[in-house]
Design a protein. Structure first.
Length: 93
């Protein structure tokens, strides 16, 4: 790989924290929590404040997190708009 190919790969595959926050609309505190818990790990650490993250790992984690959140939100929510079932709660008392 020559220098230009390396630069192109970095631009296409690595993200800074700020890029992640902007691109995926993640709150800074949430992102910091994910990193602290080891859910998202830096691919490259350069000093105490500069970390680069693999784009595909971040996207996979956020997709899985979003899917779990959507499932959690749908638990207990029953769509009875098409249901003919009526329940009399007094019969259970």
């Amino acid at each position: 790989m020559n220098e230009n190919e390396i630069k192109e790969w970095i631009q296409s595959n690595l993200l800074t924290k700020n890029e992640i926050l902007e691109r995926y609309e993640v709150k800074s505190a949430s992102f910091d929590n994910y990193v602290t818990r080891g859910k998202i790990k830096p691919f490259i650490k350069k000093g105490p404040r500069i970390n680069l993250y693999l784009k595909h790992e971040v996207e996979n984690f956020l997709e899985n997190t979003s899917s779990k959140q959507n499932n959690k939100n749908s638990i207990g929510n029953i769509d009875d708009s098409n249901s003919d079932l009526k329940i009399n709660l007094r019969s259970f008392v």
